[in-house]
Design a protein around this ligand. Structure first.
Ligand code: NAP
Ligand code: HSE
Length: 438
């Protein structure tokens, strides 16, 4: 049978890994796909660097559009990144009737609705397993394996760079910038690493998972995003003392009022498996009404783990080439005309528990004032510790864990606590999730 010809846009971390895996496992991949999958042409900026990666038996160009417009190419694999050129290339590939595989979560989170509509109209596939959680086949699991379920919530460590940073800082006491530089060297970080650190990359991935899990359009613009840059070592230590770990979590939850879509540092009970996911590893917990809680774990970034997902998509597309477009698995799992308009809730309406840290003068009545403010707003306290003031200091750290409440009430409480004369500075607030199986 005629081989499937692939055009590779980008030969960087993921593109290079994809070429390596396709070449190394060519026989095994052919046995699975039913025909050869061959990289016919690639596009890069730096031809000399690309030759060192790809050797001489591959046509390489600096004109990415030439790959997309080449009539011999069956599947275009977009591994350039970003939302400008990548968008033009993907839309042009679709317009040319080519199937697309991409690892570009930013592109899909921001322009996915337009891209999937164009692909639907043209009857081509857009596959994106590598866009979420690197090598973990979470898209396949959500779209196909869990298809019987009403998904209740999804919670994941879906950014390898930040998990790597948090782990290395905690275990080795390394400085933030040192660990970030290492993550960049290892090819984990985005071209703009603030996307990783400020939770934007995780929000891109979360928006994609929420769309597939709940049958809603891509709504990255409505996701609440908070990164790890304001986390302090003290909070990490206090959380440990209370039996929790802090992780950057992406959480998508279905509620009666709408859908929560949020990325933020989160306290998780240390006994949960997901709390022990370290380094560049990712994990995604999915709670379905029939199956209960399931967890998917693996490498969330890096050349070959991500290539594993890209190549899986190539095989999937190859297997489905001859199938009737009407009967393929829909891009977003649900039939395009059956998407729900459930609203995304503003962060003020989110329900969760909280860790609060405040600096209080060590004198009678201070804690009574704080607990009264919380009680008046209907917020109940789950645990509290007061630390001894440090040498030469008059104020002590007080740490409170609350039971579940609505975010707007905790915000009101924080404003009132900060106004007390016995409290100095800002109250630190970190959200807390139990992530139990019920
Ligand atoms: P990368 O290492 O920076 O590679 C980007 C590649 O695109 C390079 O080969 C670059 O060429 C090429 N390129 C950039 N602009 C180009 C242009 N105008 N014309 C032709 N080629 C161009 O990036 P990456 O880490 O592989 O990431 C690629 C995509 O995968 C991104 O969307 C990223 O978010 C996603 N992703 C990455 C990972 C990961 O672990 N790195 C994991 C999952 C998903 P030169 O080499 O010549 O500069
Ligand atoms: N920058 C991303 C991360 C790459 O660190 O998880 C994988 O999507």
């Amino acid at each position: 049978m005629k081989p499937i010809n692939v055009g590779l846009l980008g030969l960087g971390t993921v593109g290079g890994g994809t070429l390596t895996v396709l070449r190394r496992n060519a026989k095994e991949i052919t046995r699975r796909a039913g025909r050869d999958i061959v990289v016919k042409m690639a596009a890069v900026r730096d031809l000399e660097k690309a030759r060192k990666i790809a050797g001489n038996d591959l046509e390489i160009t600096t004109d990415a559009m030439a790959v997309v417009n080449n009539p011999d190419i069956d599947i275009v694999v977009e591994l350039i990144g970003g939302c400008t050129l990548a968008k033009d290339l993907v839309l042009q590939a679709i317009a040319n009737g080519k199937h697309v595989v991409t690892a570009n979560k930013a592109l899909l989170a921001v322009h996915g609705n337009e891209i999937f509509q164009a692909a639907q109209d043209k009857g081509v596939m857009v596959a994106f397993e590598a866009a979420v959680a690197g090598g973990i086949p979470i898209i396949k699991a959500l779209r196909e394996g869990l298809t019987a379920n009403r998904i209740e919530w999804i919670a994941g460590i879906i950014n390898g760079t930040t998990n790597f940073i948090l782990t290395e800082m905690r275990d080795k006491g390394l400085a933030f910038d040192t660990v970030l530089a290492e993550a960049q060297r290892l090819g984990y970080a985005e071209a703009d690493p603030t996307f990783d650190i400020e939770g934007v990359d995780a929000a891109h991935k979360l928006s994609i998972m929420a769309a597939i899990g709940f049958g809603i359009p891509m709504q990255f613009d409505k996701a609440y995003t908070e990164g790890i840059s304001k986390l302090t070592k003290d909070d990490i230590v206090y959380a440990e003392q209370l039996g929790y770990r802090i992780k950057l979590l992406g959480i998508a939850k279905r509620t009666d009022k709408g859908i929560e879509l949020r990325v933020h540092p989160t306290l998780i009970p240390a006994k949960r498996l997901i709390a022990n996911v370290e380094g560049v590893m990712n994990a995604v917990l999915v709670k379905g009404d029939a199956v209960g809680a399931t967890m998917f774990y693996g490498r969330g970034a890096g050349a070959e783990p991500t290539a594993s997902a890209v190549v899986a998509d190539l095989v999937d597309v190859t297997r489905m080439l001859t199938s009737d477009p009407e009967h393929r698995v829909p891009h977003l799992a649900f039939q395009p005309d059956a998407l729900s308009d459930a609203p995304i809730l503003p962060i003020d309406e989110v329900r969760t528990s909280y860790y609060l840290r405040l600096k209080a003068f060590d004198k009678p009545g201070v804690l009574a004032d704080v607990t009264r403010i919380l009680a008046d707003l209907g917020i109940s306290i789950d645990a509290m510790i007061q630390k001894e003031p440090s040498e030469g200091e008059e104020q002590a750290d007080v740490i409170l864990l609350t039971h579940e409440t609505v975010e707007k009430f905790i915000n009101q409480a924080i404003a009132k606590i900060e106004a007390l004369s016995s409290i100095s500075g800002k109250v630190t607030r970190i959200r807390l999730e139990e992530l139990g199986s019920n």
